[in-house]
Write a protein that binds this ligand. Structure first.
Ligand SMILES: [Zn+2]
Length: 446
């Protein structure tokens, strides 16, 4: 572990001038008629990042310069053309939008390059370079241990150290179990200024201005960028369990892709916490006693009602806990890694030998002491579908505070309980996972 100072405070923009290495320039010139490099990157958080490029060809006019980039593991590529006037030597700027429907979370590492074509039909790709997209409102420091990096600012060093420890626990317990412990990711830990959660300005703007003002997410996992945002100290889950929960969502996506049913995704994320928390456990116990548990096959996504959401999270944790406790970690890994091929019910049959979702449901009920139920005419709780339009494949949250009911009453999504930010004292934790937050070209696996 080491600590490193990063950007200077108070900068409106972070400008890094990136020079291509002399060796690369020589190699490029020797290889063909085109030379090209990105000469400057200017971070205009949160709106855009401006890339300046220079390109030349000895064989004909430079006809097109295309900006190309990936984030995280590189599964999602974004790109567009620079606007240029063709010529033997050109310079041009490309503004990569990072807000609105092109949102990219701060903390993402960009791997970028330019693709140049000249009039003689030659094509050239510049050397790949990397850029860390900072939230320039704060002076960030970082802690790093192997593949895990935690960024923080202000007096957050102790909490950040604990987040790094928590991240390593999830790496050991979930990453190891799912067979992807070495994957790199970044945790951005935010604090508060003047009673307002700093993470608000870093999250994706909602299409409605009112929504943007009303929503706060204590934790978000962006799996296309391998970035987790955590709001420090807020909510009843606490910083550490919020971080553990969101990091687990990254591992789920790495191991199983985007087709994971919500009960399995959220269940494992709650399982990864130090404790599921009283709200979930109490609600689960109550439903076992009152015999109004959810039908497991109806939990591919979660109910909109906040009270049912608490149950959905509690029951999901219990389902996952049961699978891991009774059948072991190796079978759980097999379950996760076979969902892409055979679907979740197929994987439950194949790995555990359950006859169906309902058979799994029945065996779990028996294990937790719930009464047997009839499945013949059982219908799942109606589930509203959250349509984001931006490629969000899973997007769920849970209130875990006593005041969650009032937050849910004004929920603009139907599915998401929300927190009115104005009343910081009402702090109700909302943990949201935006899994596989993909834009532009999607990974081949879909
Ligand atoms: Zn979650």
């Amino acid at each position: 572990m080491h600590v490193k100072r990063l950007a200077a405070a108070g900068l409106l923009t972070l400008i890094s001038t990136l020079l291509s290495l002399p060796g690369q320039a020589t190699l490029a010139a020797a290889d063909g008629p085109i030379t090209a490099t990105v000469t400057k990157v200017e971070n205009k958080f949160p709106r855009e990042v401006v890339f300046s490029a220079a390109a030349a060809s000895t064989a004909g006019d430079v006809r097109s310069v295309r900006f190309r980039m990936t984030t995280g593991r590189g599964l999602v590529e974004r790109g567009d053309n620079f606007e240029i006037t063709p010529g033997r030597r050109i310079t041009a700027d490309f503004a990569l939008r990072t807000a609105g429907d092109r949102f990219i979370p701060a903390g993402s590492v960009f791997t970028y390059w330019v693709e140049v074509q000249d009039a003689a039909g030659n094509t050239f790709n510049s050397e790949k370079q990397q850029f860390w997209y900072a939230d320039t409102r704060f002076q960030w420091s970082k802690l790093q241990d192997g593949p895990i990096t935690v960024y923080y600012y202000g007096n957050g060093a102790t909490d950040a150290g604990n987040v790094l420890t928590s991240a390593k626990v999830v790496q050991a317990e979930v990453g190891q179990m799912l067979g992807v412990p070495g994957n790199e990711f970044t945790v951005m830990m935010y604090g508060s200024s003047a009673g307002r959660a700093d993470v608000i300005g870093a999250q994706r703007e909602e299409s409605s201005a009112t929504r943007a003002q009303e929503l706060i997410r204590m934790g978000v996992a962006y799996s296309a960028e391998d970035v987790v945002q955590v709001q420090r100290g807020g909510g009843s889950l606490g910083t550490q369990d919020t971080a553990r929960h969101e990091i687990a969502h990254l591992y789920v996506n790495w191991a199983a892709g985007s087709g994971v049913p919500t009960w399995l995704n959220e269940g494992l994320a709650v399982w990864a916490q130090a404790t599921p928390g009283r709200e979930y456990l109490d609600r689960l116990d109550q439903s076992i006693r009152r015999d109004n548990l959810l039908l497991v096959r109806g939990m591919e996504s979660f109910p909109g009602d906040s009270d049912e959401t608490l149950l959905a999270y509690g029951q999901s944790w219990s389902l996952v806990n049961h699978l891991i406790d009774k059948h072991g970690k190796e079978k759980f890994r097999q379950l996760m890694t076979s969902i892409n091929q055979v679907g979740s019910e197929g994987a439950l049959k194949q790995v555990y030998g359950f006859a169906s979702y309902d058979d799994f449901d029945a065996k779990w009920r028996e294990a937790v002491g719930a009464k047997p139920r009839s499945y013949a005419s059982a219908r799942p709780t109606p589930i509203p579908v959250f349509g984001d339009g931006g490629g969000v494949q899973t997007n769920t949250n849970a209130p875990a505070g006593a005041g969650s009911g009032s937050g849910a009453a004004t929920n603009p999504y139907g599915q998401f309980p929300v927190l009115p930010v104005a009343g910081a004292a009402l702090a109700v934790i909302i943990v949201i996972a935006i899994v596989a937050f993909t834009r532009g070209k999607k990974p081949a696996s879909g």
